[in-house]
Ligand binder design. Sequence first.
Ligand code: SF4
Ligand code: MG
Length: 327
Amino acid sequence: QESLLDIQNLTLSLRDQNGWVEVLNNVSFSVKPKEILGVVGESGCGKSMTALSILRLLPPRDARLGGQILFGGQNLVTNSESQMSRIRGRHISMIFQEPMSALDPVFTVGYQIEETLMRHFRISKKEAQERAIAALDSVGIASPRHVATLYPMSLSGGMRQRVMIAMALVCEPQLLIADEPTTALDVTIQAQIMDLLLDLGERTGTAIMFITHNLGLVAQSCHRMVTMYAGQVVESGPVKEVIAEPRHPYTAGLLSSIPDSRRARGTLPSIPGRVPSLRAMPEGCRFGPRCGYAVPPCQAPQAIELSGHREVRCHRWDSLELERLGA
Ligand code: SF4
Ligand code: MG
């Protein structure tokens, strides 16, 4: 099946006080129409940076992109800012962990959804108002006409997240990028928001790129998955197969930490150590210092294509045994 979004050898470098540093290294994966793709990995592995690169939401003077992000016949890496502003919110939209970063505190939620619509469609204010209310209704908000008149600050976290989803989907984009959309919410609300997202995705035919450190959620809800580690894709494939038989030690380690998915980010019971800092990438395999398979660590592996639409970046993919990780 033809891809909706096709990322090929994406690289990203960012500049701070200490100069340029590489954040993404040859990231390649695709999203198919209507698909739900999970992107997993610990904090600091490049998941959010990949999302921000797709929408080109990084400061242009301090971010350098290479490779290709193909979408609708365009390469988003080289698109102009005006081309991107026609895509953002209309063809690709994004929701974040913290809705207040996307909602403007000084405008009512109804007004903000109307503005999103009127930026992309030639419709009257009246029609925009009606569609905004319908959008609030579609995300399960009980009195949408009233909520439309409220400011974001007067809503609960769960309600704000619903409003952000309504705003993200109101233009019926082909792709929704959801970056840890439920992480800041309490557990029951998390489940409701997740169900809502999946249901809306199915109803509108919007593909969802679902970014999370919670592999349990991916196992429940996604069709395919991508594991990222230290700025690279280390494994990808259909969720069922990857979970039944992970080929990369990092995916295997993430899997064995599923039961305690609320553990503090950055620590995993089955994988000793931490994600390396961008300025101190290990020589050779980036996962090497934490890998229970290779002492000393291997040379840097390339991505290897396996049968069944799977890919893995590990020399020893075919000898992976879960016991050796203490799983
Ligand atoms: Fe471990 Fe070697 Fe595979 Fe890297 S390539 S994950 S060091 S076994
Ligand atoms: Mg993140």
